[in-house]
Design a protein. Structure first.
Length: 157
């Protein structure tokens, strides 16, 4: 029996996904159906590029709906840790790159909320996993394609 993947996320992210699903199933689905209806009115479907585009859009829409349903059905709600002595989900961690001598603050989030550009890293990423359960002052070694990187944990919020 194959075990379904679980997707860690906050209750807020789950709510966002449910809202997006509702929008896609109501508003967007009607828009695409209207596009198909209009394209059909142009006549011969064998050489009707508008119809082909509308059907492609419909396929993308149904794929997105299926993806979001899967995320919702397999969501694992995680609560942010209230501890500030150990890195956990929801922690904001300020680390110093010991090689570059730069300080950066990251937030540890579930994989569905990760956005490296906003310094939100997944607890499943090598960096996120490496920080988990460590304390202020710890030096953490992270294996990366460029070699081993070392970070010192300066602050946990």
């Amino acid at each position: 029996m194959i075990k379904e993947a679980r997707y860690k996320m906050s209750a807020e992210r789950l709510s966002e996904l449910k809202e997006e699903l509702h929008h896609l199933q109501t508003v967007r689905e009607k828009e695409v159906a209207q596009q198909i209806k209009e394209a059909r009115s142009f006549g011969d479907l064998t050489e009707n590029s508008e119809y082909d585009e509308a059907k492609t859009e419909q396929g993308k829409l149904y794929s997105k709906i299926a993806e979001i349903k899967n995320l919702i059905e397999n969501a694992e709600i995680v609560k942010a840790t209230e501890k500030t002595d150990v890195v956990g989900m929801g922690s904001k961690v300020t680390v110093r790159d010991l090689e570059l001598k730069e300080d950066v603050t990251y937030e540890i989030v579930g994989s569905q909320e990760a956005d490296p550009a906003l310094f939100r890293i997944s607890d499943d990423s090598p960096f996120g996993r490496g920080l988990m359960e460590h304390k202020k002052g710890d030096v953490v070694k992270i294996e990366a394609p460029v070699g081993t990187l070392e970070f010192k944990i300066l602050k946990i919020e």
